[in-house]
Structure formats: structure tokens, C-alpha cells
Design a protein around this ligand. Sequence first.
Ligand code: TEU
Ligand code: CA
Length: 543
Amino acid sequence: MIPFGEKIVYQVYPKSFKDSNNDGFGDLSGIVEKLDYLKDLGIDYIWITPFFLSPQKDNGYDISSYTKIDPEFGSMKDFELLVKEADKRNIGIMLDMVFNHTSTEHIWFQNALDGDKKYQNYYIFKEAPKDKAPTNWVSKFGGSAWEYSKRAGKWYLHLFDVSQADLNWENPEVREELKNIIFFWKSKGVRGFRFDVINLISKPDVFEDDNVGDGRRFYTDGKKVHQYLKELVRDTGIKDYITVGEMSSTSIKECIKYSNPGEKELSMCFNFHHLKVDYKDGDKWKLMAPDIASLKSIFKEWQEKIQSSNGLNALFWCNHDQPRIVSRLGDEGKYYKESAKMLAGLIHLMRGTPYIYQGEEIGMTDPHFKSIDMYRDVESLNYYKILMEQGLNSDEALTILDRRSRDNSRTPMQWSAKKNAGFSKVSPWINVADNYKSINVENEKDDKDSILSFYKKLITIRKENTVISAGNISFIDTNENIIAYKRSLGERKILVFCNMSNKDESLDIDLDGFKKLIGNYGELNYIDKNLRLSPYEFVAVEN
Ligand code: TEU
Ligand code: CA
């Protein structure tokens, strides 16, 4: 058995999941309303993105109190009810711990601005002339990573928005504060944690200009990150909890350390290399057709190497920062359903723990917003300006946002064909995608051929087959457009084939003795040791 190898995590972005009191924002009680839906889907954990007290400059990733609930999402009572009701259904709640930074409205930061030395040492303040930032590092959301505070008379570091000040993990008092937050939520019955950009917490001793990059090489997987994680996990007693670290620009070598059980750090990591195969020159804001060959080699490398270290991969395509996968690697037209199912099958039968992001299971697409005022995300709004400063016109900048904006995944969950997709009775905080009348839960739930039914089937297959949840994986050599791998446990084998293209493909392979387990087309098309795959076909065979 591999711990968590048979579990499925469902990610809820509460603001867009279900609005229970019709104010246009999703909330905790909305999640309670939908627990039966999630139970029926077959998931084991719900990871909820931050709903703590926050000015909401980055939709809750800017926290001003870690142990209070933002009234927009409800109350502590609502949260306690959610844990209780989830528990009744054998579903665990996982919380999102944003420990790299706090909101600048957090009392710690406010005290620091008032000149309190104790709290200045909670953050990364530097002295430098008002008109020259301490280093040339760039914020992940664009612009300088430093802000000059007149009130403090110093600069502070913010790797993300100017309202998200980086914490100083070198200070043991900071580490104690963060441990107490974990204790608080553990006592509420929380069963797992996701740690936001946790590989950025260890900053260098000396802060210097980056002459070849944006500064990330100085703080990504920093010198003390493993030490800090070990300490946090040990001192809070969460070694056996399900934990996942979000790793920004990490390497496989570091992820082996983060996730290998011997190190006692985390259960698994999110890395994003497979979601950059359509970034031209590695730049998110430059469009390119997806490079399937590199997608394949990334999967192969991460699957096979993490396996040899006894670690575990977090298997995911979508989250609240990524465009919808069917719009990105699949097809919104003729092969919409086939491609959505194929992409699901591709990751769900791999070795690891699958994560489903709300709406992915019904094949939600990008909304294709047509004007800048439809966007809400701080990163999108910043980059719209930056791209225009770089010389693009508004249409060109919008074309890039259409493919890259984080808002693509943040539109309201499509529950039904009713007004506002059944998300709320009033206009939601962000527009619903136009296709909600056909793509919604109500339409799909009783349709055996729907994307939703396909996800349920994949979940059941993982739970019924130890070869999926605990078996070995190795990749099969194929031609360019096919990704294929083998799972095995003793004599038992499952082979998985995915056609990533919109054309027919075929592969010479001996499948004698195998029969079809699951697929997104009809019968297996295997003649004379040759497997034929239709556009976006996915098929798994078993012996
Ligand atoms: O994201 C970290 C992160 O670096 C990205 O996924 C980011 O959105 C991308 O690099 C921008 O191009 C996490 C959260 O998931 C995200 O929602 C937060 O905004 C961010 O941390 C800051 O807390
Ligand atoms: Ca609400």
C-alpha cells in the first residue's frame, strides 16, 4: 500500500462554488449543501482554498488573520458544521496554509509599520534609498518585488502582490506562530493541509541583484527549506496527515526530498512543469501550441523518478491558477467530450493522488471573456497593463489573457441551466461562462455517457484496483502524439493509451491476453498486433 495512493482530493474555490445566501459570493454553507454531490462523486478529501479573514486583494491568499473566517464566506459555526457533515460522509477537510506571506493588513505587519522592532523582524525589511529598491527582483505578479513604506522608512519584500508581505522564517518566533495556526485548525478536526508556495520560504543570507533572471534562483528551494519543513511537520504532529506542498519553479531533485517518506516532510508536491509546455521560451505571457513530446517526457521523468524514491506525485491538470485543461490541451469543438475524458484518464490512472478542481469533472471550459472589465484577478489586471506597455494593443493583450488568465478557472461552478448556472440567485462576483446551459451538473448527473459519469468511473477504478493505487509505473515508447504507460503489480497489468491529437493514430504493440477496462470510444480497435486510436481516444486494457 502507498499512503494516499487510493485517495482522491477535490479542490473547492469557495468564492465560486455555491452561494448559499445569494449575495453573489460562494460560501462555506454552499459547500455543505453540495456534500452529497461530492460524496456521490467518490472523493475522500476536500481542499478548500483560503477563506480566512482577508482584504481579498488576491482572493484570500492575502490573510489578515489565520484563525478567523472572512464574513464573506460565513462564520466559525459554519465551518464547524462543514467539518462535521463532511466527517459523516467520510470526507476529510484540507486547509490551505499561506505561510510564505501575510496580508499587509495583518496586525503583525501593522505593528511592524508602526516601528515595533519585534514585528519588523517577522518580515523582510531592508534599508535602501527611497528611489532604489534593495535588489532588482521581480514580483510574480509583475513589477518590483520590493515596496518602500514611508511609515516604516524601509523597504519590504513581496514576492507576490504589494499587499502580500513575505514572512521571515529565519525568525524562530515566526515559525512558532505558524505552528500555532496548525494546532488551531487541527483542533477543529481538519485532516490535511496544502502549503502555499512553501518552497519559497527560505530566503538567502545576502540579498543581491539577479543579473540573469528575476531573482527566483535566490529564494526557490532555498538553503533551509527542508529544515524548516521538517521542523513544522514534526512539531505540529502532522506527519501522518495528508499534506501537499505547492512548489513554484522547483526541481525533481528537491521534490524527491520534500515527498520521500524517509525525510518526513510532506506526502506529496504540486509541481508545474507539465503545465508550462505551451509557454513560449518558458514565458507564461507568450503563446505557443502545446509541445506534446515534452509533456510526455516530463510525465515520464516525474513518475518514474518519484516512484524510485518511494515518494508520491500529486496528479492534477487544473486548479484556481490554471486555465481549464479541456480548453488548453483538448478541444472545445467536435471532440469536446472525447478530449475531456481522455485528459482525465491520462492522469487518473497514473501513480499518485489525483486532484479534481471544481468543474473539471463536468468538463468546464475557459469562459472566453471579451473585455478587460470582465476580469477580476490582480495578476491579469497587472499583466494587461504590462503587455500594453510592451507594445501590444488591447486586442492582442486580451487574446493572451483569454488563454492565460487565472480567472479562466474562477468562473462560477455550473450546477444547472437555471439563471447564473444555479450558483446564485443574484449576479455573481465574476461572470458565468456562456456555455452553462449545456455544460452543467444537472445535465450530466444521470447521463451514463457524460464527462461526470466518466470521472466517477475513473475514481471507482482506482479504488477497486491496487495496481492503480499501489502498482509500479513505466512509460511505453510510442510515436509523437500518443502517451502510453504500463502499471503493474505482481502478475497484474494495466496498459494505458492516450491519443493527444485530433487525428487517427496507431501503434504496433502486442495486446494478446488483454481486454478493455475503460475507454472513451467503443470497442477496442486492435488488429494484427496494431492498436488504432481515434482522435483523442483514451483506452486502458487489463490482463
Ligand atoms: O500560487 C503560486 C504561484 O506562483 C502561481 O501559481 C501563480 O499564480 C503563478 O505563478 C502566476 O503566474 C499560489 C496560489 O495558488 C495563488 O492563487 C496565489 O496567488 C499565490 O500563491 C500567492 O499566495
Ligand atoms: Ca454568499
